[in-house]
Design a protein around this ligand. Structure first.
Ligand code: IMP
Ligand code: MG
Length: 180
């Protein structure tokens, strides 16, 4: 799609996101109760705001690491090929890991990255996605926790971009193209 004019309509408010994260954090604390160290792995770049808010709600001993997988580039369609652009700094063998993703769309990214992380023998690996577009799924995968299920709309904000813009919006909005 060409970079024509667009507006962003609010889909999920900052307040709703904060409330949902409080609930998710409680469930994650229960799941990882007693862990001596939880490694929270953020998938760059879209999860950076979500992971920042999520870890501050977690009452657990936490370490944070990041991984970058290839994304859409500046396009609005997903590619089936997933490449690792930046790997974790630390080892996860025998560790408890929580993988944090912004959106599960076709599911190829989450599928590929979870396979990669499992190949490194973590003690436990769970996944959380802020948003899920189940109608777009092309692989059999679901995050263990999902913030919100959304329709097949292109969304931005709260870390999520369109052509690198709009990551700094405090809410999730949908992109609507308008005539010049
Ligand atoms: P998947 O591999 O098709 O599941 O794609 C997941 C990735 O595509 C997410 O991590 C996002 O970076 C990106 N993505 C999917 N839907 C959207 C969207 O509506 N807006 C911006 N990025 C998206
Ligand atoms: Mg992403």
């Amino acid at each position: 799609m060409s970079q024509s004019n667009y507006v962003v309509d609010t889909l999920i408010s900052a307040k709703s996101i904060a409330a949902r994260i409080e609930d998710l954090a409680k469930e994650i604390e229960l799941e990882f109760k007693g862990t001596d160290k939880l490694i929270v792995v953020g998938l760059l770049r879209g999860s950076f705001v979500f992971i920042a808010d999520l870890v501050r709600e977690l009452n657990l001993p936490v370490e944070v690491d990041f991984l970058e997988a290839s994304s859409y580039g500046d396009e609005m369609v997903s590619s089936k090929e997933v490449r690792i652009l930046k790997d974790l700094r630390g080892a996860i063998e025998g560790k408890d890991v929580l993988l944090v993703e912004d959106i599960v769309d076709t599911g190829f990214t989450l599928h590929h990255v979870t396979n990669l992380l499992w190949s490194r023998s973590p003690a436990k690996l769970k996944t959380i996605a802020l948003l899920d577009k189940p109608s777009r799924r092309e692989t059999e995968i679901k995050a263990d926790w999902t913030g919100f299920e959304i329709p097949d709309e292109f969304v931005v904000g709260y870390g999520i971009d369109y052509a690198q813009r709009n990551r700094n919006l405090s809410f999730i909005g949908k992109v609507r193209f308008v005539e010049q």
